[in-house]
Design a binder for this molecule. Structure first.
Ligand code: FES
Length: 105
C-alpha cells in the first residue's frame, strides 16, 4: 500500500516506475519515492539486523535520524533508506551488523 494523496505533500505520481532489486528479488518502485516506501509497499519491513544481538530493525523515525532503516545500497552499507530515493537498476540488500564495503577487483 502506498500513500498516493496527502494534504500537505504533493500527490504521488504513480505513472512512472523504476526497477530495483531487493535481496535478489525484482521490485517495481514508483519513480521518486524513497527506497523504504517501495519496500513497505512490497511488505518488506526488516531493513537490517543489529550488530550485537542480531535483532531486526525497520522503519522508526522515517526522517533520517534514527538509522534503523539502514541497508546496503549498490554495495554501500549504512544507507538510510527512508531518505534515499529509488533509482533504476538499484540493488538493495538487508544489512547485517555494520555491513561490509564492497570494492571491485
Ligand atoms: S527510519 Fe529512522 S533513519 Fe530511516
Amino acid at each position: 500500500m502506498r500513500v498516493t494523496e496527502h494534504p500537505i505533500f504533493e500527490d504521488l505520481d504513480t505513472t512512472e516506475y523504476v526497477n530495483i532489486t531487493v535481496d535478489g528479488k525484482p521490485v517495481k518502485a514508483v519513480k521518486g519515492e524513497m527506497i523504504l516506501a517501495a519496500l513497505l509497499a512490497e511488505g518488506i519491513i526488516i531493513n537490517r539486523y543489529t550488530t550485537k544481538r542480531h535483532e531486526p530493525r525497520g522503519l522508526f523515525c522515517a526522517i533520517g535520524q534514527c538509522t534503523d532503516c539502514m541497508m546496503v545500497v549498490n554495495g554501500m552499507p549504512n544507507v538510510r533508506t527512508c531518505i534515499t530515493p529509488v533509482e533504476e537498476g538499484m540493488t538493495v540488500e538487508t544489512q547485517n551488523g555494520l555491513g561490509e564495503w564492497r570494492t571491485e577487483g
